[in-house]
Design a protein around this ligand. Structure first.
Ligand code: 13P
Length: 246
């Protein structure tokens, strides 16, 4: 169960979130919990989750180890700051703040794995692609490009998040059936490339307007291994309701 804070919260607000969230999640072992705060909040988040099972991740990395890349942060730097996960290829990076390509996604995935960060690779179709019946085509292309050339061992470290762009921040959650069909397709592709066992072990998260009142229906689908929550992860009580329901 993952929460992507996007560009919300200061370091101080991060500490306040965990004061409450840690008390709610104390002793929780039924699922992994990972939060993705803005990079500037990572030290505060890492300090706050010390001694708990909660993981912390970055929202994006650059693929070089270091260099003249103003404004960028490497996988090694996130790792050194105490992060253990990273989001790769979020739709807002593909379509809103920058124009990240499938080739960039692969370079970032390889950099994350090389440094020892676990990547959550995000894939998902846009509204016009959804309407044009191109969902499967887009998902296969983004998935294939994101994991191309990985070894089976590397692929075992990867988590995939299916986030239909039309469902992100719109309140229009994909129905459990739509989400499950997309997950099934991704799992089939994983099977084709890495074999049945790898496909079965693969964790696929759904993201897009997940809320406390729709989580139960979504998680009833066997295909959904968890969720990547945006807006509803900003409030500790709302995010823990989602964690618990799942
Ligand atoms: P919302 O839950 O706010 O729709 O955001 C989903 C998302 O993009 C998570 O990465």
């Amino acid at each position: 169960m993952a929460g992507n804070w996007k560009m919300y919260k200061t370091p101080q607000e991060t500490a306040i979130f965990f004061e409450r969230f840690n008390s709610l999640a104390d002793g929780w072992e039924k699922s992994d919990i990972v939060l993705f705060p803005p990079a500037i909040d990572i030290p505060a988040a890492v300090a706050a989750v010390n001694g708990t099972n909660i993981g912390i991740g970055g929202q994006n990395i650059y693929w070089s180890k270091e260099g003249a890349f103003t404004g960028e942060i490497s996988a090694d730097m996130f790792l050194a700051a105490g992060a253990s996960w990273v989001l790769i290829g979020h739709s807002e990076r593909r379509h809103v703040v920058t124009s990240e390509t499938d080739a960039d996604v692969l370079k970032k995935t390889q950099a994350a794995l090389g440094a020892g960060l676990r990547p959550i690779i995000c894939v998902g179709e846009r509204l016009e692609e959804h309407k044009a019946g191109k969902t499967n085509e887009v998902l296969i292309k983004q998935f294939a490009a994101g994991v191309a050339g990985l070894t089976e061992e590397q692929f075992a470290q990867v988590v995939i998040a299916y986030e239909p762009v039309w469902a992100i921040g719109t309140g229009q959650t994909a129905t459990p059936e739509i989400a499950a069909a997309a997950h099934r397709l991704i799992r089939q592709e994983a099977d084709r490339r890495f074999g049945g066992e790898a496909a079965e072990q693969l964790r696929i998260l759904y993201g897009g307007s997940v809320k406390p009142d729709n989580i139960v229906g979504l998680m009833k689908e066997d295909q959904l291994d968890g969720t990547l929550v945006g807006g509803a992860s900003l409030d500790p009580d709302s995010f823990f309701k989602i964690v618990k329901a799942a």
